[in-house]
Design a binder for this molecule. Sequence first.
Ligand code: ADP
Ligand code: MG
Length: 253
Amino acid sequence: MTPIVQAQGIHKRFGRLEVLKGIDFEVAEGEVACLIGPSGSGKSTLLRCINHLEKINAGRLFVNGHLVGYRQRGEKLYELRDSEIAMQRKDIGMVFQRFNLFPHMTALENVTEAPVQVRGESKAKARERGRELLERVGLADKEKSYPGQLSGGQQQRVAIARALAMEPKLMLFDEPTSALDPELVGDVLGVMRQLAADGMTMIVVTHEMQFAREVADKVLFMDEGVVVEEGPPDQVIAEPRHERTRGFLARVL
Ligand code: ADP
Ligand code: MG
């Protein structure tokens, strides 16, 4: 079976700073991969490359069997047009640390915006699906609320519902609970847990080691632009092989 994500020797530089120094990994359909590692190790950059927000400098990145950002003919690569990139990005949902909801739209309008504007769904159909999604994230009673009237945890759950509204094949989460008050973290992780149980393919950057242990199929520990260690959570988190992984875990656990 083709993996949903295949990264082969990914390099990414910002000017002279090399941030990703040859990243290889795969995520199969239905798998949950948790990406852990110290601040500045390149985790967000890697997610942004997968979601077309950054261009890689070398290597090959495939999402859902498609080469990200390029078309290959023979040995040559051609950059995709914006419309083609938009097509590729529709398979990917992303949730950021900051919720990035549209502040002037209700929860339901936030969720239905893209299906109507980008996919041309009818408003009625988008609203019906939007209500189902808000129910799925535990916010059936908040459809008329504006982001400013919701807690951080509720806003983040709306952001998850909004990403799901495009029916992505892959969900990327970049520290989705890091900006939340501790008592609100559990509800967001609960929604993500359910999503994983429902079979969604997910890559999650997180410092929530308990979540990673329970939900991840594989954990990748990144440091200074490389994947130092990869394996099932019981190995990487419970019995890390590398000194650098042990040092990191000692600081966050
Ligand atoms: P992490 O998410 O693991 O904390 P990042 O991927 O955000 O790490 O950043 C990795 C490195 O790349 C850091 O040194 C950061 O300062 C640098 N970096 C990230 N984005 C940019 C950018 N747009 N321009 C220049 N440097 C960047
Ligand atoms: Mg980051």
